[in-house]
Design a protein around this ligand. Structure first.
Ligand code: NAG
Ligand code: NAG
Length: 338
């Protein structure tokens, strides 16, 4: 009985096998599945490129698969192995080998693409620039980005990214420019961020909720924009005034700041833009504001400053725009001096 069943099953399998052998001949116009990048035709296989470009090819194809909308067709030529010809993809010689071409930059700014950032982006280990601002990318920054040892500039601003602060950036040893503004990131911002040796930091217009940390003055950034987050009633920490040698622009508007501006604000003498508008700052403006010799734009409007506006402001040599409305100042310097 058992043997018979076995024999029967074997015969069944054998006939299936034969059926599939003759199937293609039975349909003479049968076409094998074609590669979606039709220009290369069926049976297309990537010709040899270097292994680093093949890795990039894998990453970019995985990324393309996540894209649900690309109204301007930026990725429509993302087909085939010549990744260096893809729109928005830039190749350069490898830093460690001038004879090897690698993907060094991605620039898909203002492409209006919807999709997400797949883990395969971690394969782009030669990337120095990653700019995808003004798109509709959702989800989180993948943790695999920690493989991008050469990444210098990360600009994912103006997308729909979310989740907690993308701590993967702490694993990027070359990072100098971090721009994650205008997304839906939320929660705490690790103090560690201000210990990184960044040149510019934009985290404004998210849903971060954190206090300005004591170590903020460790940050060597020249541009610091934290505006439109919830700084939970922080005062400006004393170390902030130690950023005078490097800081050129600070925007802390609409962030629930409280407390006073210290006399040390005068040490910020490289600052051209100082915007602390729409907060709850109190007390007088320190006379030392007159030492901020580089100031061009000064916006302290919509706070609770009081007392007299110091005359030293009128002697600032480069001041173009001083906005101080909606405070409780009792004395204002003559308008014609501003
Ligand atoms: C892509 O670039 C390669 C190398 O420069 C060139 O040979 C190839 O024709 C290009 N392919 C397309 C589709 O433009
Ligand atoms: C000065 O700055 C304020 C606040 O940013 C702005 O609303 C205003 O338009 C500026 N004025 C000029 C003349 O640029």
């Amino acid at each position: 009985m058992k043997e018979e069943t076995f024999f029967f099953q074997w015969r069944f399998l054998a006939s299936c096998f034969i059926f599939f052998l003759i199937l293609p001949q039975a349909f003479p116009h049968y076409n094998p599945p074609t590669n979606p990048c039709l220009a290369h035709g069926p049976n297309w296989f990537p010709p040899l490129v270097n292994p680093r470009l093949l890795k990039a090819y894998a990453a970019l194809q995985a990324w393309k698969l996540t894209i649900t909308s690309d109204p301007n067709g930026f990725t429509s030529n993302w087909c085939g192995p010549h990744v260096c010809n893809y729109t928005g993809v830039f190749c350069a010689s490898a830093l460690d080998n001038p004879y090897v071409l690698t993907v060094a930059g991605i620039d898909l700014n203002h492409a209006n693409i919807a999709g997400y950032l797949p883990v395969e982006l971690g394969l782009l280990t030669d990337l120095a620039l990653f700019h995808i601002n003004s798109n509709h990318f959702e989800g989180q920054l993948p943790k695999t980005l920690n493989c991008l040892n050469l990444l210098h500039e990360l600009d994912v601003s103006n997308n729909k990214l979310s989740g907690e602060f993308p701590s993967v950036i702490f694993s990027l040893p070359s990072l100098k420019f971090l721009d994650i503004r205008f997304n839906d990131f939320y929660g705490d911002v690790p103090d560690q961020l201000f210990d990184l040796s960044l040149d510019a930091l934009f985290i404004n217009d998210n849903k971060f909720r954190f206090r300005l940390p004591k170590n903020i003055g460790n940050s060597p950034v020249s541009v610091l924009v934290l505006a439109n987050n919830d700084l939970r009633g922080s005062c400006v920490p004393p170390s902030f005034y130690k950023m005078g040698k490097t800081l050129h622009e600070v925007i802390l508007s609409n962030s629930q700041l409280t407390g006073c501006l210290n006399r040390e604000v005068g040490l910020l003498n490289q600052l051209t833009v100082f915007d602390v508008s729409f907060n709850n700052l109190v007390g007088p403006l320190p006379e030392t504001i007159g030492d901020m010799k580089s100031l061009e734009q000064l916006n302290i409007a919509h706070n609770k400053f009081s007392g007299n506006i110091p005359e030293s402001i009128c002697r600032l040599p480069n001041l173009e725009n001083f906005t101080y409305s909606y405070n409780f100042f009792s004395g204002e310097p003559p308008l014609n001096e501003l």
